[in-house]
Design a protein around this ligand. Structure first.
Ligand SMILES: Cc1cc2nc3c(=O)[nH]c(=O)nc-3n(C[C@H](O)[C@H](O)[C@H](O)COP(=O)(O)OP(=O)(O)OC[C@H]3O[C@@H](n4cnc5c(N)ncnc54)[C@H](O)[C@@H]3O)c2cc1C
Length: 378
């Protein structure tokens, strides 16, 4: 396909920004439409595994990621109640050589800022929540909530789990509440009062788990995320403040070290954990979806963001190499759906990196920028 089609990307999340930046490097005219009027610094960290870092390396972002986030010395699994070590994966030079890139932990807002730096100035249109898409001939007309309009030849829905574009293509279907909540806190390491904390640990409990890690190379900021049972989420708000006492209550039966880490929290937030049953409808006509818009997962493999970034790399390659958008979208789906289905399966089972028996190379070692594209000549 010649690099002429005008591509509108809806949603400036991890997948949307990555896609827009990759497409621009291939010469496509791209606009990126984001509903938020400005980006908030939400209190959360993110695990960026080697497969995601390899894509962002193509955008020249690896030095900034390394300077801002942390390469944890190891990923550890521990028992929630006893604190016993059940898995210890060194994340050293040998593991970076094995997977082809470092494993990083970083503040989401820092990652977002670094991603935005890869865009050509003027690409991002804030305050443009997509409302509708109409096709006239080969041109799409996009209508936004602020009354503005745009024209494009192709539209990509990178608009997350509540995707408007997905609803327009395939009908309204709210995501399902999984009966679990993600409780999160970020606080200065000084709040640990000298407690030695591993760089990155998943604590496995009978009905809950937690992830604790530093988010900066200076190890001066701690992130705690606990997935706990929760009642029905009654509302459309995406997150709410959580009283500190309720956050600490989630750790009442935890090992003393985990309890002491949780006690470092000052203010806490809670998110409902949502997903959707697998649905392999990812495109329709001139519109295609990526990331959480088409395959949201429970965050138990820490792979949803990395998968959206992989989607972006594969979709950009398909659009550049295929003879037309229909062939590009078909190749994209054929390449991505089997891999993402495995991520969905493991995320549901919540087994990832619990112990040494898990095979890691297929996920961390993957390079979406060079991997075989199904149905397209190499
Ligand atoms: C508790 C928790 C922890 C997680 N931890 C990890 C982790 O460690 N590692 C990892 O890889 N993944 C993790 N994930 C998953 C990851 O956050 C998501 O999979 C990822 O953000 C999906 O990226 P995306 O680009 O598809 O969508 P999003 O990042 O959700 O971005 C969607 C964007 O679209 C915008 N938007 C929505 N509707 C519209 C509209 N109508 N018009 C215009 N814009 C719109 C939104 O404002 C947003 O900016 C976690 C998820 C949760 C809930």
């Amino acid at each position: 396909m010649p690099p002429e089609p005008r591509i509108a990307v809806i949603g400036a999340g991890l997948g949307g920004i990555t896609l827009a930046a990759l497409l621009q490097r291939q010469g496509f005219p791209v606009t990126l439409h984001e509903q938020a009027p400005a980006f908030a610094r939400i209190g959360a960290g993110i695990v960026l595994s080697g497969n995601a870092v390899k894509v962002l390396r193509r955008l020249g972002l690896e030095p900034a990621l390394l300077a801002t986030g942390i390469r944890p010395a190891a990923f550890r699994s521990r028992d929630w109640i006893t604190g016993a070590l059940t898995y210890d994966l060194a994340l050293d030079a040998a593991s970076e050589a094995r997977f082809g890139a470092p494993f990083l932990n970083i503040h989401r807002a820092d990652l977002h800022e670094i991603l935005l730096s890869a865009l050509v100035p003027g690409t991002l249109r804030l305050g443009q929540g997509l409302l509708g898409v109409n096709q006239r001939g080969e041109t799409l007309r996009l209508d936004f909530a602020d009354g503005s309009r745009a024209e494009a030849d192709l539209v990509v829905g990178a608009d997350g789990i509540h995707s408007r574009l997905r609803a327009l293509l395939f009908g309204e279907a709210p995501p399902r509440f999984t009966g679990r909540m993600a409780q999160r806190a970020i606080f200065p390491t000084a709040n640990l009062h000298g407690l030695a904390m591993d760089d990155c640990t998943k604590w496995w409990g009978p009905d809950r788990h937690a992830l604790t890690y530093f988010m900066t190379g200076a190890r001066d900021e701690v992130y705690v995320m606990a997935s706990v049972p929760g009642e029905e989420w009654d509302g459309t708000d995406l997150s709410r403040p959580l009283p500190r006492a309720e956050f600490l209550a989630s750790f009442a039966a935890a090992a003393p070290d985990l309890r002491r880490i949780a006690e470092g929290a000052e203010s806490c937030m809670v998110w409902p954990i949502l997903d959707r049953p697998r649905d392999d409808r990812w495109h329709e006509g001139r519109a295609v979806l990526l990331g959480d818009a088409c395959h949201p997962v429970r965050p138990y493999m820490a792979a949803g963001g990395a998968s959206a970034i992989e989607d972006a790399a594969v979709l950009a390659r398909c659009l550049a190499a295929a003879p037309g958008h229909a062939a590009a979208f078909t190749a994209y789906e054929a390449t991505r759906i089997p891999r993402v289905a495995e991520v969905q399966r493991i995320s549901l089972a919540n087994t990832w990196m619990r112990g040494p028996e898990e095979e890691l190379d297929w996920f961390f070692g993957y390079d979406a920028c060079t991997a075989l594209i199904e149905g397209l000549a190499a």
